[in-house]
Write a protein that binds this ligand. Sequence first.
Ligand code: CA
Length: 225
Amino acid sequence: MRILLTEDERNLARIIKRGLKEAGYIVEVAHDGEEGLYIAENIPTDIIVLDIMLPKVDGLTILSRIRKKGIKIPVLLLTAMDATSDKINGLDAGADDYLTKPFEFGELLARIRALLRRKSENKEALIRIAELKINTSSHEVRRAGKAISLSSKEYAILEYLAYNKNSVISRAQLIDHVYNENFDCDSNIIDVYINFLRNKIDKGFKNNLIHTVRGTGYMLKECNG
Ligand code: CA
């Protein structure tokens, strides 16, 4: 599950990102509205946690622009304590929920879970790459109908590569998404997990889906060549 956090207060953004990663989410952070809008419009995301007061483009403008474009990603607004009008305007502009700052981290997690639950009831969050199917709600992975059992780290790496299919992802990006920021590790750990994944995903199939891009990183794509 991938969360876009748009928050310009860097300390707060760092704390939220760390907590969400610990809870198993992939987190992209945008520190201003322009970057947030770009990510919301261009990168597949399951939920957006959106601050209202942002440099360049404010949160309510981002919200109404993406809704006008027909993007239905659940949006959780972060609002200032005394701004009732922000809450009303936000819900009117298409927000799914809001949380008043300052908030307890546990409440943020619970609201995110509730929004994701509602979303997965609406539609199975399925990523397909050739005959590989990844259910990002249940974390079930199948290739050609056969269930594949993955560890949580293997799953996190596969899901991240799948969200970015046909793009090269570096070892550093994978480490950043799979481990906490202060985890000190050798990027070889990623190669080890990729080998495990190859054994589980590609072994016995004619077409490999996991590709090594020499000197750069890894890519998930449908065919060789
Ligand atoms: Ca702010």
